[in-house]
Design a protein. Structure first.
Length: 84
């Protein structure tokens, strides 16, 4: 058994591989949903599966583009205000 203290941070290459694998698994899952399944509720009462999938897609898109990710951070907004 490996102690968690012995496990170092993942590398950028490992993170990209994990992200690609998780994205592929989610795409495969969503591709198999029936129309009724898209309308099923989630643990977030106001969101059905379609809304949750859209949220996850939007967040994923935001985290894959540095400029967009910086724009969601308060420091990014301050930098835009200073340059305006």
């Amino acid at each position: 058994m490996i102690a968690t203290a012995e496990i170092g941070p993942i590398t950028s290459a490992e993170a990209r591989t994990l992200a690609a694998e998780e994205t592929a698994a989610m795409v495969a899952l969503l591709a198999d949903l029936s129309p009724d399944e898209w309308r099923r509720p989630t643990d977030c009462p106001a969101w059905d599966v379609r809304a949750m999938a859209g949220h996850v897609l939007g967040m994923t898109e935001g985290f894959t583009r540095l400029r967009r990710m910086a724009g969601t951070d308060g420091r990014g907004a301050l930098a835009r205000d200073r340059n305006a």
